[in-house]
Design a protein around this ligand. Structure first.
Ligand SMILES: Nc1ncnc2c1ncn2[C@@H]1O[C@H](COP(=O)(O)OP(=O)(O)OP(=O)(O)O)[C@@H](O)[C@H]1O
Ligand SMILES: [Mg+2]
Length: 332
């Protein structure tokens, strides 16, 4: 496998709150390789966004990276703020759930994309204009030349999302981090944005980190999946293995709680209980109080094991793999 683009190494991010210091991210280790699409899933509050905010250097105050490292092509982003600033927004870019958080409501979209081109690529004048039109065409904005002077609110939500993606792609990034990129959109527009991401990935060879609650989207889009729980990664697997044989009891619970096509919603299981309070985590495995497989061993923190299957799972008692053979072509 080629060298990773991004390496997150034992990352700890904490927030100082009225109730004391809480660790939102508690030792996350993760790699993203060129061209791959990695899904990051897990319940609300599990630390998905904060991990990615740390990568982008935009952890909200009063949060801070406490320890660990984040490397881009082998170089620490935490060691040199100047270099990291240059890489972010150029090689590593992020799109958010709500395009209005990235687009300035007061400036025409052409100007905003132009700024990225000037800053990261030194492009100005007619060359910049040509590139802006090319980018807008790439993301499927019809009649782009006539709309360069439109303000963000003059576009629909789906179109704004496309413009935000065009802006993110302006400087030819290698990695696109998308945090819930379709959640705020209605279902048909969601599907169009997903198709756009697939097309861009295939055409541009982009690596994508997709943060989402939508396991259907993960199955459709991702090569690998990292499952987060209470600030830790509890399982990492290729998408086929994860869906066919979840190893962590939490992953298994998440999948049972996800409707398959044709299932009636009332037949779905739920994971009993709620995620632990980050300021009051149980000793040992953070999932143990909700876990059907937990026993006395689980009061000790489990290691991220690599059992015979090559699976990474943070659990003393992973689910046994089902007795099936892998088909020639994976259909998830
Ligand atoms: N600015 C902040 N101040 C204090 N705590 C914060 C702040 N931002 C995040 N947190 C805490 O960090 C933890 C992880 O939050 P994060 O936003 O990463 O969750 P998430 O997995 O992205 O959830 P969701 O699926 O709801 O987006 C949560 O307990 C959250 O309350
Ligand atoms: Mg989030």
């Amino acid at each position: 496998m080629s060298a990773p683009l991004l390496e997150i190494d034992d990352l700890v991010v904490s927030f100082t709150t009225r109730r004391g210091r809480i660790q939102a991210v508690r030792g996350v280790t993760l790699q993203v390789h060129p061209g791959e699409t990695l899904g990051v899933v897990g319940e609300s509050g599990s630390g998905k966004s904060v991990t990615m905010q740390a990568v982008m250097g935009v952890v909200d105050s009063p949060g801070a990276v406490e320890s660990g490292d984040i490397r881009w092509r082998g170089k620490s982003l935490l060691a040199s703020a100047v270099e990291a600033e240059d890489l972010r927004g150029r090689d590593i870019v992020m799109v958010f759930q709500d395009a209005m958080t990235s687009l300035d409501p007061l400036f025409p979209i052409g100007t905003q994309i132009g700024e990225v081109l000037a800053r990261h690529r030194g492009l100005k004048g007619p060359a910049a204009r040509a590139r802006i039109l090319e980018l807008l065409e790439l993301v499927g904005i019809p009649n782009a030349a006539a709309r360069l002077n439109y303000l963000p609110h003059q576009f629909s939500g789906g179109m704004r999302q496309r413009i935000m993606i065009a802006m993110a792609l302006a400087a030819d990034p290698s990695l696109l981090v998308a945090d819930e990129p379709t959640t705020a959109l209605d279902v048909t527009i969601q599907a169009q944005i997903v198709d756009l991401l697939i097309e861009l990935r295939d055409r541009l060879g982009l690596a994508i980190v997709l943060v989402t609650h939508d396991l259907g989207l993960v199955a459709e889009l991702c090569d690998r999946v990292a499952v987060m729980y209470a600030g830790r990664i509890v399982e990492v697997a290729d998408v086929w293995s994860l869906f066919a044989a979840p190893a962590h009891p939490y992953t298994a619970g998440l999948l049972r709680a996800t409707p398959a096509i044709g299932d009636l919603p009332e037949r779905l299981d739920t994971i009993e209980g709620s995620p632990p309070d980050p300021s009051d985590l149980p000793a040992g495995c953070a999932f143990r109080l909700r876990c059907p497989r937990a026993d006395a061993t689980c009061v000790v923190e489990p290691p991220m094991s690599h059992p015979d299957t090559g699976r990474s799972v943070l659990c003393w008692h992973p689910e046994p793999p089902p007795v099936t053979t892998r088909p020639e072509t994976a259909h998830v």
